[in-house]
Design a protein around this ligand. Structure first.
Ligand code: TRP
Length: 357
């Protein structure tokens, strides 16, 4: 059995992901990935080690990859999408800097694809209000929303995500644990559409699989979840001085002996893990090397590791930043490519629904 080497606490979703990894290695051409990030700020190292790195890995394995910048979806938890141009361009620079290659992967913005958005109407007819209301990720996002009232956009968010994924007929979505309920709904929508509107040439939509990343969760510089709103992130765009300052201000404890103990010493363990991820080493070895050097030695090690790791990414980012017209062209080309794909999908949908007059 392929899953026998997995630890006993493996969830069904993790077991499925392990199986998928094997199939991806064997036949990368059978997969099409779609994933993305809302343009609400700068991407940080938590994003990098959690998801971005994995995208580049899949691209490099030969999997066709689509990266959506869901700009409309910024409005799910706030009334106004601020700094959209700045954030979208920041994402583009980050993607290009970490190695998303526009010759092999397609980056696009949600609002630029009319056919994608048209899928939303039939899709919404396939889900009940109760189903939308009990989605645990939506519930959590509502709890943390900046808005006084839950908008229709927030409630229907998972159906939008289904339209993002299914407009491109992606069959693989690399996500974190929190996105699993959304993906379950995407599968449900695909299945119900295929059942209700059987296409003449077989089902219109694939039932996309979630691909969970095996990466350990990187906490922020205070040992809690890395998140922009907590001010504990290190942005990919941060320069060497800003990075050094952020790590100097990171939370540690008084115990001079450095070890890797995420349960009892989350702040120290977070820094050790960060150094390990940046150097490609094992966190226990990183901790052992620092030994009894205390917080100062730990921070020196982490700063050096992060700055060394980010140096080539920063250099590429700066290069692209000097040529913004080219970056904008890359986005326009991505949008044109997805526009054609989503148009073709919509045509199939209308044919299956017998609305092809
Ligand atoms: N909901 C995702 C997030 O908040 C972003 C997203 C939008 C997405 N559409 C998607 C992710 C489609 C994967 C596939 O991070």
């Amino acid at each position: 059995m392929t899953t026998s080497s997995l630890p006993p606490e493996t969830t069904p979703a993790q077991a499925r992901s392990a199986l998928l990894e094997e199939r991806i290695r064997q036949e990368p051409g059978r997969f099409r990935v779609l994933t993305g990030d809302r343009p609400t700020g700068r991407l940080h190292l938590g994003h990098y080690f959690g998801t971005l790195h994995n995208r580049v890995r899949l691209q490099d394995l030969g999997v066709e990859t689509f990266v959506i910048i869901p700009d409309y979806q910024v409005l799910t938890d706030r009334d106004v999408a601020d700094h959209l141009v700045e954030y979208v361009e920041g994402l583009l620079l980050d993607y290009l800097a970490i190695g998303i290659d526009p010759a092999r992967s397609t980056i696009f913005t949600h609002s630029a694809i009319p056919a994608l958005n048209q899928l939303l109407l039939p899709f919404l007819s396939l889900v009940s209000v109760a189903e939308l209301g009990r989605n645990p990720t939506v519930k959590d996002e509502i709890a943390h929303s900046r808005q006084a009232a839950v908008s229709g956009l927030m409630l229907t968010y998972p159906a939008h995500q289904a339209a993002d994924i299914l407009s491109c007929k992606a069959n693989l979505v690399p996500v974190g644990q929190d996105q699993l309920p959304h993906l379950e709904l995407t599968r449900t929508i695909a299945r119900r559409f295929n059942d209700r509107y059987p296409g003449a040439d077989g089902p219109v939509f694939p039932e996309p699989d979630a691909l969970l990343s095996a990466a350990p969760l990187l906490p922020g510089t205070d040992g809690t979840k890395m998140s922009k709103s907590r001010g504990n992130t290190i942005a990919l765009a941060a320069d060497a001085d800003e990075t050094a300052r952020l790590i100097r201000g990171a939370k540690t404890d008084a115990d001079r002996h450095i070890d890797y103990d995420p349960v009892n010493r989350p702040a120290v363990a977070g820094l050790v893990l960060l150094a390990a991820l940046c150097t490609g080493g094992d966190p226990h070895d990183v901790a052992a090397q620092i030994g009894t050097g205390g917080a100062a030695a730990l921070k020196r090690t982490v700063t050096e590791a992060v700055n060394e790791f980010l140096a080539p990414i920063r250099a590429r980012r700066a290069e692209y930043a000097r040529d913004l017209p080219q970056v904008r062209r890359i986005l326009r080309e991505g949008n044109a490519r997805v526009d054609a794909i989503a148009d073709a999908t919509l045509r199939e949908v209308r044919t299956a629904m017998r609305a092809d007059y």
